[in-house]
Design a protein around this ligand. Structure first.
Ligand code: PLP
Length: 449
């Protein structure tokens, strides 16, 4: 793309003067003005383009400007741009039916929201109303959104400054074999001990007070933590034993990220409520929702559900969702994600781990991977501390800068680099991106003691 420095300056001036940004000290940021994007690439006004290995916020599953999604939104805008949620609408119903068809047996209904946080808010609301129990358990090392209950459920530093927003939340440790909270020495032992810990938490918090357990099926931003065999079925069994609703937060991993419609489908478990957003329509128009098991949905057959949103099931968002289903099915997206993950990413990351002393562990599935960086492989001391900022975060910031300089937009979080490109990335682009990360990790190796 040609440089256009006048527009660059104008966009910067409006942004710096008037846009208040998420999660930031406003005077300490310098957002990159973006001129456009196509497929797995976006570009700035200075003539640089970036291979998008973060899919923006791990939502852009079908890439920038997918022609089918753009056409569906345009067509819908020409037909009926909006309609309120109490009326029935063709695309809204079409999308809800398609979602229930790829969900497990017995999930007929979908409640649409604007995004992931309010999907989780409403799932928790349903669980509380159905069980008559208010407390919710969630994991440390998790993210569930930034509204009041969702941020309280969150198990990372983004919760800290917002406390206490919802007094009825308690946290537990999930499985994380590489940094086990349970001193376990195998994935099986990690699952077993994590389940013992969860059961003790339930007993000590009081099963009679707990309405729901919410967890990310595969923990996303907090580390691409794949549950060890048996863990999720074990959580299901505890929920059944103690009369607790199991909520799977599929906001980041649903709709193809790990090669499944819903990630839990790879783990032999069926939750009671499924929350989704992001990949449902690649974020072209904000959309999220809750897929509701018939048992829970039927509670509201004759009792009014006390929740709603002006834009619930917005036709433009739903039209992009319907187009997403058509593309996934026509282009075999789930199969391609599994294939690229197994055949291209897994072996390449294993080779990088063998070569770079800064890599402590690589893990993932489909097109969702983490490279965990350490100063010392023996002690597993993270390359940067938990919640590192400023000078403490410099080593990972240097890796990110090297990626950007080479034309790749990375996803980094604390001591990790994640690999989360659009699911439509070509194999050549994928290999080129992995080449860039491989080279950038030379920078991390310099910090190894
Ligand atoms: N849940 C998970 C697992 C997420 O990754 C996110 C966003 O990153 C959310 C919930 C919140 O979604 P939203 O930002 O659409 O509210």
């Amino acid at each position: 793309p040609a440089a256009d420095l006048d527009t660059d300056a104008q966009v910067r001036a409006n942004d710096r003067g008037h846009v208040f940004h998420s999660w930031s000290a406003q005077a300490l940021i310098d957002p990159l003005p973006v001129a456009g994007g196509a497929g797995s690439t976006f570009w700035d006004y200075a003539g640089n383009s970036y291979l998008d290995f973060s899919s923006q916020l791990v939502n852009l599953n079908l890439g920038h400007q997918h022609p089918d999604l753009v056409a569906a939104i345009q067509e819908q805008a020409g037909r009926l741009a909006t309609i309120q949620p109490a009326l029935a609408n063709d695309v809204r119903g079409d999308l809800a039916r398609r979602i229930s068809e790829v969900a497990p047996e017995g999930f007929s209904k979908v409640f649409f929201t604007n995004g992931g946080a309010d999907a989780n808010e409403n799932a928790v609301r349903m669980a509380r109303l159905v069980t008559g129990k208010r407390k919710v358990l969630s994991m440390y090392r998790s993210y569930h959104g930034n509204t009041s209950t969702a941020i309280t459920l969150t198990g990372d530093p983004r919760r800290w400054a917002n406390e206490p927003a919802d007094g009825s939340v308690a946290h537990f440790f999930g499985p994380y074999a590489y940094r086990s909270a349970f001193h376990s020495s195998s994935p099986e032992q990690e699952a077993e001990r994590a389940l013992e810990h969860l059961e003790q938490t339930i007993v000590l918090e009081g099963a009679s007070t707990i309405g729901a357990i919410i967890l990310e099926t595969v923990v996303g931003t907090n580390g691409v933590l794949i549950p060890p065999p048996g863990y999720l079925p074990g959580v299901r069994a505890l929920c059944d034993k103690y009369g607790i609703v199991m909520i799977a937060d599929e906001v980041m991993v649903g709709f193809g990220r790990v090669g499944e419609w819903f990630a839990f489908q790879a783990f032999d478990v069926v939750p009671d409520l499924i929350t989704f957003a992001k990949g449902i329509n690649s974020g072209y128009v904000p959309l999220g929702g809750v897929v509701i098991s018939d048992r829970i949905a039927s509670h509201f057959d004759t009792v009014s559900f006390p929740g709603g949103l002006t834009y619930s099931g917005h036709p433009l968002a739903c039209a992009a969702g319907v187009a997403t289903f058509e593309v996934f099915q026509r282009d075999g997206i789930l199969e391609r994600v599994r294939d690229l993950g197994d055949r291209v990413v897994a072996p390449r990351l294993a080779a990088m781990a063998a070569k770079h002393p800064s890599i402590g562990e690589v893990r993932g599935m489909g097109l969702f991977w983490a490279i965990e960086l350490v100063r010392d492989r023996e002690t597993r001391e993270p390359l940067v501390p938990f919640n590192a900022a400023g000078a403490d975060a410099a080593p990972v910031a240097a890796v990110a800068a090297a990626c950007k300089k080479a034309g790749l937009w990375p996803f980094t979080h604390f001591n990790r680099v994640h690999v989360a490109p659009p699911l439509v990335i070509t194999e050549d682009e994928l290999v080129r991106g992995l080449d860039i990360i491989d080279a950038a990790l030379d920078v991390a190796d310099e910090y190894v003691s």
